[in-house]
Design a protein around this ligand. Structure first.
Ligand code: SF4
Length: 324
């Protein structure tokens, strides 16, 4: 998604900034994932733990259910999408390590970060699959974080007002300055756990990790079950696509030779990609008349190599090839 220095820019493509990439996002981290990170002893996650501890100390959008996205960021994100995405350094994630472009909490990142891909092998069908997977994992995060609260005998009413306030579209002075709520309000949210928030999150993690798959099925609701059926359908669309036996090269596909002389950039309505000249030649064989089996034989005779079903599916999913 980033423009390579020295390469001609592909017309119509809005590139990401290499120092921002897809991390112009601020995840909401459920209680048990925070606890997992804090309890983990891997030194590679130390920077992530330091940043999470700093967030807890700052008390902004810090609740027993989750470390929420602060309101100011949420609204900027809402009105800045999609044009700002990948392009604005002020919207960088607080857990992003600029040096090397790494994630400091990788193993414990949320449902959105775990399922976002700039490009997928299966084009639009792949993007749909990951979107539904995101919905499923988001639902799962909700279930597990509320389960942990329930097991901790949490008085839901104590956080209700604050959660509603975080969800509302109005901005107070403290939201704009990102200052903590007044001590009395914070104490109402956290009660006897004020100052022991880390301990609370680790308890949540311990409760969730004890769950078996059967336990999860028992505590999860109809939403998970409905989304799982939907997810299976998307999975089948990706893994067992119905590809017509005669295909044609997409007449609207744009092809640009790259300055290195050994690759082509192509653009379809799905996205843009770089391909090798041999693949470019193979795509040109699809004339809307010859069946794919015949083209496979031509490819084998010419290149002594197989045109695999996997590669064919990728070209089809990414609209390099269309039904004849
Ligand atoms: S949590 Fe990690 S992967 Fe997600 S936006 Fe932040 S730095 Fe990127």
């Amino acid at each position: 998604m980033c423009h390579k220095p020295g390469e001609p820019a592909i017309p119509g493509v809005e590139y990401f900034r290499p120092d921002v990439k897809c991390c112009s996002y601020y995840p909401k981290l459920p209680n048990y994932l925070i606890g997992g990170l804090l309890a983990d002893t891997n030194p590679a996650l130390e920077e992530g733990r330091r940043r999470i501890r700093e967030r807890i100390r700052n008390r902004v959008a810090v609740t027993p259910q989750a470390l929420f996205t602060p309101k100011r960021y949420n609204l900027l994100h809402k009105y800045g999408m999609p044009q700002s995405y990948g392009r604005v350094s002020s919207m960088l994630c607080p857990y992003y390590i600029k040096e090397g472009g790494l994630c400091s909490i990788w193993k414990f990142r949320d449902a959105v970060c775990s399922t976002y891909f700039c490009k997928t092998m299966a084009g639009k069908e792949g993007a749909k699959f990951w979107k539904v997977m995101r919905a499923y994992l988001n639902q799962t995060q909700e279930t597990l974080s509320w389960y942990a609260l329930h097991k901790m005998n949490w008085d839901v009413e104590s956080i209700w007002d604050y959660l509603n306030e975080l969800d509302s579209a109005s901005l107070q002075a403290e939201d704009l300055d990102e200052t903590p709520p007044p001590d009395a309000n914070y104490a109402k949210i956290w009660k006897e756990w004020v100052g022991r928030e880390e301990e609370f999150y680790i308890e949540c993690y311990n409760l969730v990790t004890k769950l078996t798959r059967e336990d999860f099925d028992r505590i999860s609701g109809i939403n998970e079950k409905v989304i799982m059926l939907w997810l299976k359908e998307k999975y089948n669309n990706v893994m067992h696509p119905q590809i017509p036996s005669v295909l044609q090269k997409n007449p609207d596909m744009k092809i640009y030779p790259m300055s290195d002389g050994s690759t082509y950039a192509i653009r379809t309505d799905v996205g843009f990609f770089t391909i090798l000249p041999a693949l470019h030649d193979v795509v040109n064989l699809f004339d809307g008349v010859k069946p794919t089996d015949e083209i496979k034989k031509i490819v084998f005779e010419k290149y002594e190599d197989e045109l695999s079903d996997e590669l064919l599916q990728t070209m089809y999913f990414n609209h390099m090839l269309l039904p004849a």
